[in-house]
Write a protein that binds this ligand. Structure first.
Ligand SMILES: [Zn+2]
Length: 313
């Protein structure tokens, strides 16, 4: 078991007076998915991201998280950009205006994700997993957490892969790997060190601590449908785009612990993190969980004024 002291410390959130000698220039990002239904809760988190970038004279990057190519259509992307502009967002780098760290559509960045996957594989950080969602739900050590988190992976394929790597396995390029047979689909899972404590200081919520194997288990970095998982794509992109602070919703606090493990495994510098409280309605129900959550598109169509919507926050 490793102590939290051994874990690389993430840089302190940039605060107050800019200090060019001590901090690289601030780079923040908005990373929406083009579902066509960005709602007010997303907008509030994005607004915080924009404010923090502006206050620090920084750069705001717009990254289009359109990894699910089948679900996302081009028309949704242009609708999303339109809605964001209508609400008052401006960005200096993005799919529409380019920039030095493009492409800014995740669907065009597969070579970055594949090379990270290769790196994780040759480092022995990941293993192939053939479990279905149903298998995992049935064997999970703990019941599905109340938040939207995944159940803790019971480790079924972890043991199989450990037995196999003792025989040969490790070091074989992905393209040569036939596991267990070439026609069976599998995902790649990151092996966590059970009991390791992962701590970081969140710019909004303060000190955070999660324990691997207890708060979260081995997690998927590459899906069985041959698409990088969110955790891997976001780490690879934030590092490649030199993001210095990630501003996002508090539902991703635990994912930050997972992502810190990926930063370490890939030898990348982690950014600072600032998680925003999630927007709830009068009954305390999270906006994202409500079917009638007002989308920016609906608000715009019915004639709402963005500055007035922001005044209600
Ligand atoms: Zn498995």
């Amino acid at each position: 078991m490793k102590s939290s002291e051994e874990f690389p410390v993430t840089p302190a959130p940039v605060s107050g007076i800019p200090h060019p000698a001590a901090h690289p220039p601030y780079r923040g990002r908005l990373a929406p998915s083009p579902t066509g239904h960005l709602h007010l809760g997303h907008a509030r988190t994005f607004w915080t991201a924009q404010q923090r970038a502006r206050e620090r004279g920084g750069t705001l990057v717009l990254r289009n998280e359109d990894m699910d190519a089948l679900r996302f259509k081009l028309e949704f992307v242009s609708a999303m950009l339109e809605d964001l502009r209508w609400f008052g967002f401006t960005w200096q780098e993005g799919p529409d205006c380019g920039g030095p760290f493009g492409p800014y559509n995740q669907s065009e960045r597969s070579q970055f994700y594949r090379s990270a996957l290769d790196q994780l594989r040759s480092g022995g950080f990941i293993y192939p997993c053939t479990c279905s969602r149903k298998d995992i739900a049935a064997a999970a050590r703990a019941p599905h957490a109340a938040d939207d988190d995944e159940p803790i992976y019971p480790g079924t394929c972890r043991w199989k892969s450990e037995a196999r790597s003792q025989k040969s396995g490790v070091g074989v390029p992905i393209s040569d790997l036939r596991f267990p047979t070439s026609d069976l689909r599998f995902s790649w899972r990151f092996r966590v060190s059970d009991g390791e404590s992962i701590s970081f200081t969140d710019g909004c919520f303060g000190p955070q601590q999660f324990v691997a194997g207890k708060d979260f288990g081995d997690f998927v970095v590459w899906r069985h449908d041959d698409v990088p998982a969110y955790q891997l794509a976001v780490v690879v992109d934030d590092a490649a785009m030199q993001i210095t602070e990630v501003v996002r919703g508090a539902d991703l606090l635990k994912s930050t612990a997972r992502q810190l493990l990926l930063y370490r495994a890939l030898g990348l510098q982690a950014p600072a993190f600032f998680h925003c409280p999630l927007m709830t309605d009068e009954a305390g129900i999270r906006l994202a969980k409500r079917h009638d959550a007002l989308s920016l598109r609906t608000l715009r169509t019915r004639g709402d004024i963005p500055v007035q919507l922001r005044e209600q926050w």
